[in-house]
Design a protein around this ligand. Structure first.
Ligand SMILES: [Zn+2]
Ligand SMILES: [Zn+2]
Length: 289
């Protein structure tokens, strides 16, 4: 019995759920960027793009992934403070509270995260006061968020997972992170938004899953010069990703935060495959890996 329990622990299956694969484009099929790493019934979110709570609820529907029900959304790791990655944050702080989450949301992110969370609490102070003192049978503890401005390095550790932040180059952002999740059975790297960065190669180094942002190298050619300059400084093209993945050697590469500009998933995959021999898929919302 004890051996079986131990074995179960060792064999614990880590799952990665794409809650949102979108970007600032208001694509109704792609919620804002958010990824969930689910281990032993606990969920660890990366980013809080718009729609994050509803996508998590959809992933949890019919008891498929109970770790993603609203009361179980207890911690999030923010890659950087661009709005497409954070406008779901007030929703993630407040909605699960009204749905009986009793603990504060723990928010980890680059410098500036704590300021953003404090300002959000101020912005919603009237709502919080009414719910606490206006007759709603709300619990008195779940509305808060504990924000942690973290530096590169190990930022979180429990019995399920060790989470390490590493710096990536995202244009003029002084602080933008990718995250490594190390569990009993998997090593997962999530890029956040980044220009091709050697730190991804080092962080992955044969990892099980690399979730990486991307844009279409072919449609990029049709963008205006100003946008080409911007995207080249802030993001990663399919061809750049192919070169990077060749050296990072993930067992599976999942593209997200895709910028298509009229291209398709098949087009993105074909561009990467033309220069990369490994396994690659174009991620979709609610994809599980
Ligand atoms: Zn973004
Ligand atoms: Zn960004």
């Amino acid at each position: 019995m004890i051996v079986a329990a131990l074995l179960l622990g060792v064999l614990a299956q880590t799952r990665v759920v794409m809650l949102g694969t979108g970007n600032p484009n208001a694509d109704p099929d792609r919620s804002g960027p958010a990824v969930a790493v689910v281990v032993n019934g606990s969920a660890y979110l990366v980013d809080a793009g718009p729609g994050v709570v509803r996508r998590a609820a959809l992933a949890a529907r019919d008891d498929t992934i109970p770790a993603l029900t609203p009361p179980n959304l207890k911690r999030v790791f923010i890659t950087h403070l661009h709005s497409d990655h954070t406008t779901g944050l007030p929703d993630l702080i407040l909605a699960p509270w009204t749905l009986e989450r009793t603990v504060p949301l723990e928010v980890y992110g680059p410098p500036g995260t704590k300021r953003m969370v404090d300002l959000l609490e101020q912005a919603y102070s009237a709502d919080i006061a009414i719910r606490l003192h206006g007759g709603e049978p709300a619990n008195k503890t779940g509305y808060a968020a504990n924000a942690h401005d973290v530096n590169a390095g190990v930022v979180y550790k429990d019995s399920n997972v060790t989470v390490t932040a590493f710096g990536v180059s995202h244009g003029k952002w002084e602080h933008a992170y990718g995250y490594v999740f190390k569990t009993a059975d998997k090593k997962i790297v999530i890029s956040g938004d980044t220009h091709p960065d050697e730190s991804i190669v080092t962080a992955c180094d044969g990892c099980d899953l690399l979730v990486h942002e991307v844009y279409s190298a072919e449609k990029f050619k049709l963008r205006t010069p100003a946008w080409r300059t911007y995207h080249a400084a802030y993001h990663t093209s399919t061809y750049e990703l192919a070169a990077l993945a060749t050296r990072a050697r993930p067992k599976l590469l999942v593209m997200y935060h895709q910028l298509y500009w009229g291209d398709s998933d098949a087009g993105l995959v074909a561009q990467v495959k033309s220069r990369y021999a490994g396994a690659v898929v174009s991620g979709r919302d609610l994809g599980v890996y």
